[in-house]
Design a protein around this ligand. Structure first.
Ligand code: HEC
Length: 120
């Protein structure tokens, strides 16, 4: 066989065996074996969804800031943060205020952060 043709066939065979059928190697938010951490998981969720009001100092009528590890942990322990983000879209008091409810997988991450013991 022509060596070039052989190389092309090997390359095509290798490439065509790459597929995206499998989701098992993707990190899923509900993966119970991975510890949820403030630094790698929670801070970015709060940054993108809450800090336009819960800034330091808080604005738009928000009663407290959520800019540090302690702020977010305390809001879960004493201000019902998980209840607020879990409320149904359109029901009173759902956070982000006047926004879109977080995806359930994101809410589950916050819940798991608490279950995992608020790892920083
Ligand atoms: C558009 C502004 C805005 C955004 C964005 C926002 N909040 Fe709020 N938040 C408020 C306001 C205003 C209040 C006070 C009114 C109320 O309690 O509903 C509040 C209240 C809260 C409270 C209750 C505090 C208490 O002591 O009663 C929690 C907890 C909370 N927010 C968490 C969050 C979280 C978590 C996010 C992001 C997922 C978020 N908020 C996004 C404006 C906002």
């Amino acid at each position: 066989m022509n060596i070039k043709l052989f190389v092309i066939i090997v390359l095509l065979t290798t490439l065509s065996s790459c597929n995206n059928d499998s989701t098992s190697d993707l990190t899923t938010p509900t993966n119970n074996t991975v510890t949820i951490k403030y630094s790698t998981d929670i801070a970015s969720i709060i940054n993108s969804n809450c800090l336009n009001c819960h800034a330091s100092p808080p604005i738009n009528g928000a009663p407290m800031q959520l800019t540090t590890y302690d702020d977010v942990k305390n809001a879960i322990l004493t201000r019902g943060l998980i209840d607020r983000v879990s409320r149904a879209q359109g029901s009173g008091g759902m956070m982000p205020d006047a926004g879109t409810r977080l995806p359930q997988a994101t809410i589950d991450k916050i819940i798991k952060w608490q279950t995992d013991g608020f790892v920083n």
